[in-house]
Write a protein that binds this ligand. Structure first.
Ligand code: SF4
Length: 327
């Protein structure tokens, strides 16, 4: 089965008064139907920029400077603005960080859902559109009565479910959820994640889950992609990532998780994430990496497939002959 999402060499730059910030530097990624990918990395690593670029929602001073995003065979980067507006929600949906706070407090939930449908299918008969909203609410474990309620009448978890219901109204093939459980208590977090999991099974869509919470990722995703300074540095099956991370930054991320062995002693990642305005030369992780070699400050390591199924961007894993060939 061909991938439902193909991202190729996606590049985003922000032109700020302080200089040019390369926020996404040639990111490529495939996702199969029904697959759940966790996108992780420190703040500023490019996770949300990646989501916005896939939705073509980068605002000035940012600019998509290259690359392709293909969903179900349609190249989103080649669509007109109008066609792209229609593709949002129907092909690819984005549930932004803090989405639940963006619900309009003075408009009933149902009216907000109907607006989303009307923007795509203005001809759809009202009764049909209402039934579609009701079914979406039920899919996320909310009662039909929520249709007539206001956001202030709902708990945080219920508001987040409403946002997910809006996201699935037009049965997109890809859903991107940016930190969908932040600001929720742990019990509600789990319930929201279980809802996302069930929806993914019902719709058969692919899901990209953006977040910091590696523990939550471990339970819900199939694959993990680690970003650092606007690049993907490792993409591995979730089990491989947690038991045998390959990239030194991915290793540091996993080591920083609390475990029974380290008895609550947290091991931070030394150094700070670099400024996108002044990225280190070569591998952007080299000033923090305990395995850094001479080549690391000179050459950007390509994202290469190793062991057949994993992708890692690190000179430790690049065949010496590859450099000879490229020289
Ligand atoms: Fe460390 Fe070099 Fe690998 Fe970068 S390329 S992660 S500096 S070993």
């Amino acid at each position: 089965m061909p991938p439902v999402l193909q991202v190729r060499d996606l590049q985003v730059t922000y032109y700020t008064d302080s200089g040019r910030a390369r926020a996404l530097d040639g990111v490529s990624l495939d996702l199969n139907p029904g697959e759940k990918l966790g996108l992780v990395g420190e703040s500023g690593s490019g996770k949300s920029t990646m989501a916005l670029a896939m939705m073509r929602m980068i605002k000035p001073p940012g600019r998509i400077e290259g690359g392709k995003v293909v969903v179900g065979g349609t190249d989103l980067t080649a669509l007109s603005e109008e066609a792209m507006r229609k593709a949002r929600l129907s092909k690819i949906a984005y549930i932004p960080q803090g989405a639940m706070n963006s619900l309009n407090p003075v408009i009933r939930i149902g009216a907000q859902m109907m607006d989303a449908i009307r923007a795509h299918n203005p001809e759809e008969p009202r009764a049909e559109a209402e039934e579609r909203c009701m079914r979406a609410l039920e899919s996320v474990d909310l009662k039909r009565s929520v249709f007539k309620m206001y956001a202030h009448e709902l708990s945080g978890g219920m508001k987040q479910r409403v946002c997910i219901a809006i996201g699935i109204l037009l049965r997109p093939q890809v859903i991107i959820a940016d930190e969908p459980t932040s600001a929720l208590d742990v019990v509600t977090q789990r319930q929201v994640m279980e809802t996302i999991d069930r929806i993914q099974h019902e719709l058969g869509c692919a899901i990209i889950l953006i977040g910091h919470d590696m523990g939550l990722m471990a339970q819900f995703v199939d694959k993990v992609a680690v970003m650092y300074a606007g690049r993907l540095v490792e993409v591995s099956r979730v089990r491989d990532m947690f038991t045998d991370p390959k990239h030194p930054y991915a290793q540091a991320l996993i080591r920083s998780l609390p475990s029974l062995e380290n008895k609550g002693v947290f091991q931070g990642i030394p150094g700070l994430a670099p400024s996108l305005l002044r990225l280190p030369s070569g591998c952007a992780y080299h000033p923090r990496c305990q395995h850094a070699m001479e080549i690391c400050s000179r050459a950007v390591p390509p994202l290469e497939t190793i062991n057949g199924s994993r992708q890692v961007a690190c000179h430790l894993y690049v065949e010496k002959d590859l450099y000879a060939e490229k020289a």
